[in-house]
Design a protein around this ligand. Sequence first.
Ligand code: AGP
Length: 612
Amino acid sequence: MCGIVGYNGYDQAAPILLDGLEKLEYRGYDSSGLAVRNGKNEIEIVKAKGRLRILSEKTDGGNALAGSCGIGHTRWATHGEPSENNAHPHISDDKNVTGVHNGIIENYQELKEKLLRHNYRFYSDTDTEVAIKLIDYYMKKYSEGPVDSIARAMTRIRGSYALVVMFRDYPDEIFCARKDSPLIIGTKEGETFAASDVPAILKYTRTVYYIGNQQIARLGKGTAEFFDIDREPVEIEPKEVKWDAEAAEKGGFEHFMIKEIHEQPKAVRDTINSIVKGNSIEFGETGISDEIIQGIGRIIIVACGSAYHVGMAAQYVFEDLAKIPVRVELASEFRYRDPLLLKDDLVIVISQSGETADSLAALRLAKEEGIRTLGIINVVGSSIAREAEHVFYTLAGPEIAVATTKAYSAQLAAVYALAIQFAKVRGTIDQQKYEELLAELGTLPGKMEKILEDKERIQWFAAKYSNAKDMFFIGRGIDYAISMEGSLKMKEISYVHSEAYAAGELKHGTISLVENGTLVVGVCTQNRLFEKTRSNMVEVKSRGAYLMGLTSYGNYSIEDTADFTVYIPKTDQHFTTSLAIIPLQLLGYYLSVARGLNVDKPRNLAKSVTVE
Ligand code: AGP
């Protein structure tokens, strides 16, 4: 996510803004900038691509930017590549409005076209510049003040935003507006702060106001007034922050991983909302047209690790819905196998970082063969994103924990949407089924939140098995793909050896490893395979295994076999991975915590494997 800091007081603003942005670096970013109102009542802006150090050097640690009122920003790109030009703050052409933003404006194209019709011009590719100029537009159209103009813009903007804005003609004030993106206001004697998160201002004050959704703030020097979207004043009680700085970075969670597990509903919701518009899917920004979809003969999904496991689940979904043959390949194998590619193949490379060496090499190989390529990527402007012919960006935000969770879930949402659109365009589903699938897709975030409410049961079970030596995750079909990701989560953060196995394959040798007390997780979300997998669970139970069952509400007969059962809400059979993976992520997480391990930075692992 982006980082925002604002300061209005009696001290020099720029050093305070830089210090605050440094405390927000953990949120991930690719560029940064400052805007400070100087002694001549002009707003000076300095921006830099890359690390915050570069911005600090450009401004001599902030000392080159005189003034006691300013705003700062670290940008995590969602619209428009990382660049100085796209970095915030953004400004209207006559310097009337200057601002920074964290969030995603879903209807920014529509708003941009409106402003273009009113002779506005744009210098960046960002949705933020559109928001800033929309405020400017309303200010000029109705000749009203900042609060009115911001309120009018808020009624038109769809999506999420935390906006912090300065106005040329309002020299000693800063204005804020918030919907769904985090923003807090801090005050102390003669000084007021705005920030995306507590760590940025903890050094200065612990008195904070949590501005509400669709509320506006006017910040003076040590004062804060709040308004609702109808511009009516609202009272907000200040709170005292009890967290220390480290806890604050994790939003009060103990680790980034558990924080990101809880961010999954939002990551999925944002990713879905980026392409699902009403009752249809719009892939316009990916360049994947209906004509292209109709001409594809086969899909080859290439990835590593968890991204590969997304591909394993996607194979079942694509083939069942769109009746198109899908191969799933490990990038490290694909790149050295001289793969037999066909001219009407589509190679889809899935990668959170967009920098995984094997996946990048696989992409380049496909391109050398003249094959169409699509990247499903979480980092805007990353190598794979830049080199793939088409890109579908997931909107999980920066993922700090080495073990991926929210990016994996956002990738699943992306492949579901692709499979549904392929099926619609190729005529393998009708309009009714299309709309039913889209509607069900939209229910996933809420169902994920419901599962997270019940996490204590998993925590209790994980503590029981903190000394486990061997674990098996078994399933059939999509449940096998789920097992793969569940097993990887367990291995990479708790260091407990585990294997994912196709349940029907166990009897061909591996079942000999099952001993008394071996934990076996039976994944049974696929109704038509439920009894088959359950019989495999009986086989391992008869050899002494302790059985955890994972299935949907309603399949209560599993309790005749499993020793411990976790249920997930019912959903379309194609989408169960998105729900079933959450208890398995939690199982790995709590087991790692119980073993006192470094959950966020497991031994021997890197967040992005940029070497072979
Ligand atoms: C996932 O928990 C692992 N950290 C790892 O397997 C990861 O999924 C893999 O390295 C691929 O990374 P990418 O998505 O950035 O390409």
